[in-house]
Design a protein around this ligand. Structure first.
Ligand SMILES: Nc1nc2c(ncn2[C@@H]2O[C@H](COP(=O)(O)OP(=O)(O)O)[C@@H](O)[C@H]2O)c(=O)[nH]1
Ligand SMILES: [Mg+2]
Length: 453
């Protein structure tokens, strides 16, 4: 599959760096055997190299961009390596913005290895992870958030992750950020225009109102960060409670198969175990833990300590209490309210207590499971609306948080200092989209890519 070059974002002018004279090459498809495999070459020599590899009558370097040729691919001594396609892209109309040739061959490691080896022998060098996309960013074809969205699409394991990454790639996040930045820039201009006349002061409609609006927009944007991150990297959900509360039974019910051992004997689960499942479009790792209780058993005590630790580090914690037995306090501290869902288990039996804050669920009959799934989805995704662009990486969320802090500070300060805070907020927003960003940050983003993308 080829990747049509996406249109540049609204302000898609990434910093240009020199030193892109190299021609780079890599296998772009996954290792292993497949019907088709792709080797990609990008850079100033891409089409000259393609002329040597492609043995058909027509030469790639004389072929207009956006066309493909079919013919033999040859080794240096003329031996036939395979028959395949050579796709020709010409700068700037390619994924990287450079001249690009893509060879589509039969998808075996042997064929792909020979074709890539020939290309490298002709003067290309092996591409580093994400280097094709890095070039698209450096050439201004993608902003940094769009590059992260490319990675999100490559890694997407669920429909939610795919949808949000596709939105990010379309530049929707960059546009949302640009809208906030535009408002801040106008406010900054209004403040600077009146700095020489401090006795006048900037009228509220030019300062207080737009700053409040920027704050609201940034809060809305940050409200999507948790959803964006859990939908792409996944979430950890720990089940905790006293022994026999029904943790292992509920884990099995959520999974739909018997993963964890269930017995009437308290203290059955002494180690923890994990299992993956998709809930509300989020890849969730369910973690079953040892029951929380005071115990003299060394192994069980270690499991209880571990359970508390797992709960502290989970994205979300289901706190289970046996609804068919008298309620007892849990012998452990629980995470803060926002990260907890309370569950009253064994809803098929007569309840011995009621608590409107707890969801009643039966692992035996399945009653309450749909509501529990719904509550988990709500807790993980919040009110982040499906159609809007979300912050999908911690890097993006961090930049948005800093922008919000500066906007908050600007609202409380006199004009000259407020102007400084607004500049800092704009700086953070420019980092979010990668217009104004340290090289180390860019490197960190692209380190997570695979070779060939
Ligand atoms: N009636 C009923 N029994 C349950 C339910 N969930 C668990 N149990 C029983 O409660 C006991 C403890 O269950 P288990 O899942 O091992 O609890 P854990 O110690 O918290 O992991 C077992 O005998 C289960 O069969 C339920 O929803 N309804
Ligand atoms: Mg158990």
């Amino acid at each position: 599959m080829t990747h049509p070059a996406p249109s540049a974002g609204p302000h898609g002018t990434g910093p240009r760096r020199t030193g892109l004279a190299d021609t780079i090459a890599a296998v772009a498809t996954a290792p292993g055997h497949a019907g088709v495999g792709i080797v990609r070459v990008s850079g100033p020599d891409a089409l000259r190299i393609a002329d040597e590899v492609f043995g058909g009558r027509r030469r790639p370097s004389r072929t207009p961009g956006g066309r493909f040729l079919f013919g033999p691919l040859r080794a240096e001594d003329g031996e036939l390596l395979d028959e395949g396609l050579c796709l020709v892209f010409r700068a700037p109309h390619s994924y990287t913005g450079e001249d690009v040739a893509e060879f589509q061959t039969h998808g075996s490691p042997a064929v792909l290895g020979q074709v890539l080896g020939r290309i490298l022998a002709l003067g290309a060098r092996t591409a580093r992870p994400g280097e094709f996309t890095l070039r698209a960013y450096l050439g201004g074809r993608l902003d940094l958030a769009q590059a992260e969205a490319v990675l999100g699409l490559v890694n997407a394991g669920t429909e939610t992750a795919r949808r949000q990454s596709a939105l990010g790639l379309s530049g929707a996040l960059g546009e949302r950020v640009a809208g906030i930045a535009a408002g801040l820039t106008r406010t900054l201009a209004a403040i600077q225009a009146l700095l020489d006349y401090p006795e006048e002061g900037v009228p509220d409609e030019d300062r207080a109102a737009p700053l409040a609006e920027a704050e609201r927009d940034l809060r809305g944007l940050l409200g999507t960060a948790r959803a964006g991150q859990v939908s792409t990297r996944g979430a950890r959900l720990a089940l905790v409670g006293r022994p026999n509360a029904g943790k292992s039974s509920l884990l099995n019910a959520l999974l739909g198969y018997e993963r964890s051992i269930v017995t009437p004997i308290p203290g059955t689960t002494r180690d923890y175990l994990e299992a993956g499942v998709e809930l509300a479009g989020v890849p969730v790792t369910l973690v079953d833990t040892a029951g929380l209780r005071e115990t003299d058993d060394v192994v069980e005590a270690a499991g209880v300590r571990q359970a508390a630790h797992l709960a502290a580090h989970a994205d979300l914690v289901l706190v289970l209490e046996d609804g068919s037995a008298p309620r007892e306090a849990l012998p452990a501290e629980l995470p803060e309210e926002g990260r907890v869902i309370r569950v009253q288990t064994k809803a098929d039996l007569p309840p011995r207590w009621t608590d409107p804050a707890a969801l009643r669920v039966s692992a035996v009959t399945g009653a309450g499971l749909p509501e529990l799934r719904e509550a988990i989805g709500q807790a993980l995704l919040g009110d982040a609306a499906r159609g809007e662009a979300w912050l999908t990486t911690e890097r993006q969320a961090d930049a948005a948080r800093r922008a919000l802090a500066h906007v908050g500070a600007a609202q409380t300060l006199p004009d000259d200092l407020a102007g400084f805070e607004i500049e800092e907020a704009l700086h953070a927003l420019a980092e979010l989209t990668g217009q104004d960003v340290q090289e180390g940050v860019v490197d960190a983003v692209f380190r997570n890519f695979c070779v060939g993308k």
